[in-house]
Design a protein around this ligand. Structure first.
Ligand SMILES: *Cc1c(COP(=O)(O)O)cnc(C)c1O
Length: 357
């Protein structure tokens, strides 16, 4: 399958739901656009992709993804640019990560160019769903799951790939409070932490719920063996600024999801001459920096929130208050830069955005 001969069969809705949307009050991930793209993998080949009216899926009770968890996803956003075009931020990185997630989960793979092409064509169909308002965007959710109707444990022979879209506002409305987790584990070496695999998020719910009952929004995960090294946070990667240096856990181990946002944040910092270190980051180092005032900033980086400043870090019985959000000049500047590249207010020197006419 190549992108050139990639034809999509399109069936549009008779009447759009768009007039029913309350654009002033858009909860994250609860409003869905008119269509869904679906492409099935059967007998060793991808079938013709279809864009059809958004509707429930009809599943056999033995659908293997529901039992054994072969399911992966991606998350990205389409933004309206000032010149009227549409931008999607570095989708080829999501396409590559999606393929890697599929490979790790023993699922059929999709060529990266095909992935991006399907996404772009789907966005064109749903273009009216991209909110105009600043900070708002059309969240895109490509995903794939195993569809064999068989309860034996083996890699499925058939899969369904789909993309749907949700118009969204800002993800977090306030700075986040996070707790350093020293007992539960998100990912172990040799596991599936690097894959955007559905089960990773199910496994994180219980420890996150415990943290929420203690007044935190999210966890900061530590390594599975010693719990001495910081890995990432919930659905975001984590970045610290200590003594003017930007520091983030390296992705050498296969326990950290390789985020597009974090990669871009670090690339921007480097471009601006900020010292950047990707290495092991110990809990001890961060707590000491928080105590002696050299921890200037800490934030989560991910597509949903872009940059989510961390207000408080909980560690054992203590809670450390981080500097006021207004003082976080570097991450504020990076967020603005990213927003303006996506909206076309400044030039996209790195050619990061896919632009759709
Ligand atoms: C999606 C995700 C991220 C952020 O990745 P982006 O590509 O920046 O959106 C970070 N950590 C986990 C566990 C994730 O699922």
């Amino acid at each position: 399958m190549t992108t050139e001969n990639l034809t999509i069969q399109i069936t549009k809705v008779n009447e759009s739901k768009i007039t029913q949307v309350d654009w002033e009050n858009l909860p994250f991930g609860r409003v869905f656009s008119d269509h869904i793209l679906i492409m099935d993998y059967i007998n060793g080949a991808w079938k013709t992709p279809e864009i059809v009216p958004f509707d429930n899926l009809n599943l056999h009770p033995a659908t293997s993804a529901l039992h054994y968890g072969q399911a992966v996803f991606e998350g990205m956003k389409a933004n309206r640019m000032v010149d009227g075009k549409i931008s999607v931020f570095r989708p080829e990185m999501n396409a590559a990560r999606f393929r890697e997630s599929c490979a790790r989960m023993c699922m059929a793979e999709i060529d990266e160019n095909v992935f991006v092409s399907l996404l772009a064509q789907f966005i064109k169909i749903e273009k009216d769903w991209i909110p105009q308002k600043e900070g708002y965007s059309l969240y895109l959710r490509p995903f794939m799951f195993a569809t064999d109707s068989y309860i034996g444990v083996k890699p499925s022979d058939s899969y369904r790939f789909a993309i749907f879209a949700c118009p969204v506002g800002a993800y977090y409305t306030e700075p986040v409070n996070v707790k350093i987790e020293e007992f539960y584990t998100r990912a172990a070496n040799g596991g599936v932490g690097r894959a955007k695999a559905a089960g990773n998020y199910a496994a994180a719910l219980y420890p996150a719920k415990l943290a929420q009952s203690q007044g935190f929004h999210q966890l900061i995960w530590t390594d599975a063996i010693s719990h001495e090294y910081i890995e990432e946070s919930g659905t975001m990667n984590i970045v610290f600024v200590i003594n003017g240096k930007m520091i983030s856990p390296s992705e050498d181990s296969d326990t950290i999801l390789r985020g597009v946002t974090k990669r871009s944040v670090l690339e921007i910092a480097k471009m601006w001459g900020i010292p950047v270190e990707e290495r092991k980051v110990s809990v001890k180092e961060v707590i000491e920096a928080a105590k002696n005032g050299s921890l200037e900033d800490a934030f989560g980086a991910g597509t949903a929130a872009t940059i989510a400043p961390i207000a408080k870090i909980g560690f054992r019985d203590e809670v450390f208050q981080l500097p006021a959000i207004e003082t976080r000049t570097l991450s504020n500047k990076i967020k603005t830069y990213l927003d303006q590249v996506k909206s076309g207010e400044i030039q996209d020197d790195n050619n990061w955005c896919l632009k759709i006419n």
